[in-house]
Design a protein around this ligand. Structure first.
Ligand SMILES: Cc1cc2nc3c(=O)[nH]c(=O)nc-3n(C[C@H](O)[C@H](O)[C@H](O)COP(=O)(O)O)c2cc1C
Length: 207
């Protein structure tokens, strides 16, 4: 069974390089990653006053439901001014609240940053990672994915990565992410099973 992956792209640009990279990752592991691009451009700027409203803004409800129902999250983002694009940070904040109801909790994640520049969005990548760590998301550590020198020329007419070292790296990444999501879910299931056995054994002891 394929894992449901929510892809969040930190660029709203129609011809976004990062969006194309995200599509390529899913194309490579279509067998066990069922990917959906999650819209973040319509999310109103987060305001803590909203938390107290009986009715949350409709795009918040839609976004939170989409993340809640996902088995994993893939962030694919540019770097803006050596940091995380505001639109992506806003989405992360929206998903993290109201307090105690974060939709990110325990979701396995991976972070990819792509840029035409030479350091591949390193600054943005680590700011996203910092939020994920705080939000209790197990984030894949290797391979790291700072994709540098990515341009329109890296893709063919259908928007897929052309053959070459970049595509090879993305393929390694796609396989590692599929394995990562699988490992997290299997270990959780095993732990839950163990706890259930312990509970049953204890109940028998006291019977
Ligand atoms: C406001 C802004 C700030 C940017 N800052 C950086 C930066 O810090 N580092 C970098 O590598 N590229 C930077 N860029 C260039 C982006 O990497 C480039 O525009 C890229 O194509 C954006 O990603 P996208 O194609 O997915 O929209 C910046 C672009 C914009 C619009």
């Amino acid at each position: 069974m394929a894992y449901k992956i929510a892809i969040i792209v930190g660029s709203l640009r129609e011809a976004s390089l990062n969006r194309k990279v995200a599509r390529s990752i899913c194309g490579i592991r279509g067998d066990n990653l069922d990917c959906s691009m999650i819209e973040i451009g319509d999310l109103p700027l987060y305001n803590q006053d909203y938390d107290a409203l009986p009715q949350q803004p409709e795009p918040y409800v839609r976004f939170r439901d989409q993340i809640r129902s996902a088995d994993g999250v893939l962030f694919v983002s540019p770097e803006y001014n050596r940091g995380i694009p505001g639109v992506l940070k806003n989405a992360i904040d929206v998903g993290s609240r109201p307090y105690g109801h974060s939709v990110w909790d325990k979701k396995p994640a991976a972070i990819v940053t792509a840029s035409p520049g030479s350091i591949g969005g390193f600054g943005s990548n680590h700011q996203i990672r910092q939020s994920c760590v705080f939000l209790n998301m197990p984030v894949m550590q290797q391979p790291e994915a700072y994709l540098s020198h990515v341009t329109d020329d890296s893709f063919d007419d259908s928007g897929c990565l052309k053959d070459g070292p970049l595509k090879d790296l993305v393929a390694v990444l796609a396989h590692a992410f599929a394995d990562w999501v699988d490992m997290i879910h299997r270990s959780r299931a095993a732990l839950a099973e163990d706890s259930a056995h312990v509970a049953v054994a204890k109940a028998k002891e006291h019977a």
